[in-house]
Design a protein around this ligand. Structure first.
Ligand SMILES: [Zn+2]
Length: 253
């Protein structure tokens, strides 16, 4: 469905210079077992691809842990607390903002961290994925004191550490056209986005040590989006200069 040849041409340049491009995969909004989640996990299993599930702590049910515990390639991140929007209608949606007392926001995050750590003793990765990829800087500074060791939002990171002790590993490619069809962004656009990200990394314009993240939302995928994800995985796995890594536990990062 996708013509990845422009990306392969760029990866050939990586190969020539002896470099390997790292990719990772984050999927948001898990709370319970659903047919869509089963689809997602089957795809991960079939492709032997590691994934980070961003789980909403307030609503996560025990069965979710049972479904994921036998799979060693799944890691679990904290997706806010309740994924509730506290911003007024005039602003973009945000749970982790300063619309409430920061002590309240931080105590919810601490509670969510504790709940998921207990639910997923093996896969828990001490990472925070803010809902809508938004969090205020004043809150970011407090995250490591709550036990978080990584933060993941969207767009190439500005710095390796978002604050002392808190690595940042973001996502970069979102195949969903949220403000239109809610189906797949044009495949040509996604191919070009991927190519440009790789080129910018190779040229040192953005941080090449940050693995490029594919961001998905299993609950809302239609067939076109599922098809793209499968094609994307195959693309990464087919070229000798690209590979999937466990983004939020990336050892050399
Ligand atoms: Zn979300």
């Amino acid at each position: 469905m996708c013509d990845w040849s422009p990306v392969y041409a760029e990866l050939d340049r990586w190969l020539t210079s002896g470099k390997v491009a790292n990719f990772w995969w984050r999927d948001d909004d898990a709370i319970e077992q659903t047919p869509q989640l089963e689809n997602l996990l089957k795809l991960c299993d079939a492709k032997e691809t590691p994934i980070t599930l961003a789980v909403i702590p307030a609503y996560a049910v025990t069965e979710l842990a049972e479904q994921t515990e036998v799979r060693g390639h799944i890691s679990i991140a904290v997706h806010g607390y309740s994924h509730q929007n506290y911003a007024p209608k005039t602003e973009k949606k945000r749970e982790l903002g300063l619309h409430r007392e920061s002590l309240i926001v931080l105590s919810e995050l601490a509670e969510g961290f504790g709940k998921l750590k207990a639910m997923f003793p093996d896969g828990f990765n001490q990472a925070l994925v803010p809902p809508w990829n938004r969090i205020d800087e004043l809150l970011v500074e407090q995250l490591s004191s709550l036990g978080f060791s990584s933060l993941s939002t969207f767009q190439p990171r500005q710095a390796h550490y978002a604050s002392p002790g808190l690595r940042q590993i973001n996502c970069h490619i979102d195949p969903i056209e949220w403000h239109g069809t809610r189906s797949l962004v044009s495949a040509d656009v996604l191919v070009e986005q991927t190519r440009v990200l790789l080129e910018r990394q190779r040229l040192g314009l953005i941080d090449a040590k940050e693995p490029l993240g594919l961001l998905t939302h299993h609950l809302v995928h239609d067939d076109a989006i599922w098809g793209f994800i499968e094609s994307f995985i195959k693309m990464v796995q087919n070229h000798p200069a690209s590979q999937f890594v466990i983004g939020l536990e990336h050892p050399s990062d």
